[in-house]
Design a protein around this ligand. Structure first.
Ligand code: ADP
Length: 623
């Protein structure tokens, strides 16, 4: 025996203070139990202070500690002590729980050694306590942490191929606590395909070359659920051979699914944004463009790079910018969810476009404003057509007023005119024979003027009455044309006009008005013929989109280009002196074409004849 050891052992026997030092400093309790009188037991002071009791007040009786040990542990301790007493090779060593004087649990590692008599019968039991509460708490904490983080452990003994799974590893696989895994079943939990192939390769590389792994893969649990796990593995090598593989296994399904769904929704947003037909932009809280899509670039004429250097205020018309500030503030303060507006934006090329804008907020989880998302639609056409419509309504109202006035005026003018004409005719019939020739001529001139005025007033009355209180009818335009030819037969014969026509349709029209239109055009074509050349006239027809187009072609005197627009307005006449007329006919024709939703225009060259076209666009009208 080593001399120092021998010396120490001698010292302990001869000097009590040495033994006291050893037990005080290395143990949290020492006890010595008389097995022949089991109620007698000596406990040292530290035994009690560790459990929170005053040693001076505690009796040296076994009952003293049996009262405060956890009942389950007492039963187990009794059983283990029994085994140790029966067989010295069976060590007594276990962890038991005591209730501290203040109520909490104290974990004690308790070891015992039986002292036997010469026959080998146990007569005393010497025991030692170590307080392991701190370790136990840490251990529990680790288990709790692992459970919360769903982290389990596993191990493979490369020699025996035995596999160990911790409780949480089993929980993650949804197998029973007594489940016994092996390498193959362990690998087969991985989802077939990518996950299983990768884990097989990784295990192989670790076994052969010690290569560690850290992967996110899918397993299918015992109940058939597919979940994402993080699998980490390491190899331990000794003398060139793998001894064991070990690692951790974590359930990361929730995080992974959230990550996948976030990636999916980000992708969806990106696609919506990039391919939207409306313009879209992300605008910073300071008004700077952060992201713009292609539609917006096209609408506004700037490239993405240019817009990202601009603020939205640079595009706005300063007039309309002011108006947007209060609602934007309300949006920012959460008083509204979206701000809709229509604004003038300046296109890169300089002109203004009208844009309908919807602005909403993008906030983070705490409700903090990150930026704005804005959608833009180009409504320039709509705004312009509304403007046109507005002007048109004003015009329509004005022209209605005019018609009303013309109707009243012509109606009221007729009466005094009839009287004037009547008296003039009376004077001519009764007295004119006695008048000097000059006076007779003057009288006849006055009568002629009165007659022309009558014709004008007639024309005006007709014009203002057109289309009043009538409705669309099915009209056979062939028949209508025939009656026009009959009505004008005298003029046709006198002028020796040759008239032809295409086959004409049945259509929806106001019959009287349509007849008047054709009649006006035909009589003009005869009236404005070239001198010494009989008129040749053709009525052409073609079907067009929403209706019908007619064209009356003549070989007459033609109309100078500068006049072609004016002749459709009332009282506009050329050659006033040569050929008689009122200047109302084409104004009537225009009004009639418009009554049928159509239009009228002329192609003509001076001296080369004219073709008057008009359209009837009533095909879709309800009769
Ligand atoms: P009016 O025939 O009573 O003068 P209109 O309104 O029918 O009035 O025609 C206006 C003017 O248009 C005519 O005065 C004439 O100068 C010109 N015009 C109309 N039809 C023809 C035609 N077929 N050929 C040449 N000029 C025409």
């Amino acid at each position: 025996m080593n001399y120092l050891r021998k010396e120490l052992y001698e010292l302990i026997k001869s000097d009590e203070s040495i033994f006291d030092f050893i037990q005080e400093s290395s143990l949290d309790g020492l006890w010595y139990w008389d097995l022949t009188k089991p109620e007698e037991e000596w406990m040292n002071a530290k035994f009690w202070t560790t459990l929170g009791y005053d040693p001076n007040k505690m009796p040296h009786k076994a009952a003293a500690w049996q009262d405060i040990i956890h009942p389950d542990d007492l039963a187990l301790a009794t059983e283990n002590v029994g085994k140790h007493l029966a067989d010295p090779n069976y060590p007594y060593d276990q962890i038991v729980r005591y209730r501290h004087q203040q109520g909490h649990t104290v974990w004690i590692r308790c070891r015992g050694l039986a002292i036997r008599d010469e026959e080998g019968n146990p007569v005393r039991l010497l025991g030692a306590h170590n307080d392991v509460t701190d370790e136990k708490r840490r251990e529990q904490l680790l288990v709790e942490t692992n459970r919360a983080a769903r982290v389990g452990a596993w191990e493979l003994d490369a020699k025996t191929n035995q596999v160990y799974w911790s409780d949480i590893t089993k929980e993650i696989h949804e197998v029973a606590p007594d489940y016994v895994p092996d390498l193959e079943t362990g690998i087969n939990f991985y989802k077939e395909g990518y996950s299983r192939t990768i884990i097989q390769e990784s295990v192989e590389k670790a076994l052969m070359a010690g290569k560690p792994w850290d992967l996110e893969l899918q397993i299918v649990t015992a109940t058939g659920k597919e979940i994402w796990v993080r699998a980490i593995g390491r190899a331990e090598f000794r003398e060139g051979t793998c001894q064991r593989l070990y690692g951790v296994f974590q359930d990361i399904n929730d995080r992974k699914l959230a990550q996948i769904s976030l990636a999916e929704s980000e992708e969806q947003f990106r696609q919506t944004f990039d391919y939207a037909v409306v313009g879209m932009a992300l605008v910073s809280t300071k008004g700077q463009f952060i992201k713009v899509n292609n539609s917006f670039c096209q609408m506004i004429g700037y490239s993405e790079a240019e817009l990202l250097n601009m603020s939205f205020t640079a595009l706005s018309d300063p007039e309309t910018l002011e108006e947007s500030l209060p609602p934007l503030l309300e949006l920012r303060q959460g008083k509204r969810d979206v701000f809709l507006t229509e604004k003038k934006y300046r296109h890169k090329k300089g002109h203004f476009i009208w844009v309908s804008i919807a602005v909403s907020k993008v906030v983070n989880n705490d409700g903090k404003l990150l930026h704005y998302i804005t959608q833009y639609s180009d409504i320039t056409e709509r705004v312009k057509s509304e403007e046109r419509q507005r002007k048109l309504s004003i015009l329509e109202a004005k022209s209605k007023e005019m018609e009303q006035f013309a109707y009243i005026a012509s109606h009221d003018l007729r009466e005094p005119l009839t009287t004037i004409k009547g008296y003039l005719e009376l004077v001519v019939e009764e007295f004119a024979a006695d008048f000097p020739t000059d006076a007779r001529q003057l009288l006849n001139l006055a009568l002629g003027s009165a007659n022309r005025m009558d014709a004008l007033i007639h024309g005006l009355l007709d014009y203002s009455r057109l289309g009043r209180d009538r409705s669309l009818e099915k009209v056979d335009s062939n028949e209508l044309w025939t009656t026009v030819l009959e009505d004008l037969s005298l003029k046709i014969e006198t002028s020796k006009a040759q008239i032809t026509n295409d086959s004409l349709p049945v259509l929806l029209a106001y019959p009287l008005e349509l007849k008047l239109l054709l009649q006006n055009l035909l009589s003009n074509a005869i009236k404005f013929a070239q001198p010494n050349q009989p008129p040749r006239i053709h009525l052409g027809f073609k079907k067009i989109g929403d209706g019908w187009q007619f064209s009356l072609k003549d070989n007459g005197i033609g109309i100078p280009e500068s006049e072609q627009k004016h002749i459709f307005f009332i009282f506009q006449r050329l050659y006033r002196n040569n050929i008689e007329g009122t200047g109302i006919g084409l104004a009537n024709c225009k009004k009639i074409a418009e009554l049928h939703r159509g239009d009228i225009w002329v192609d003509s060259k001076l001296g080369k004849g004219s073709t008057f076209h008009f359209t009837i666009l009533t095909e879709r009208e309800q009769v």
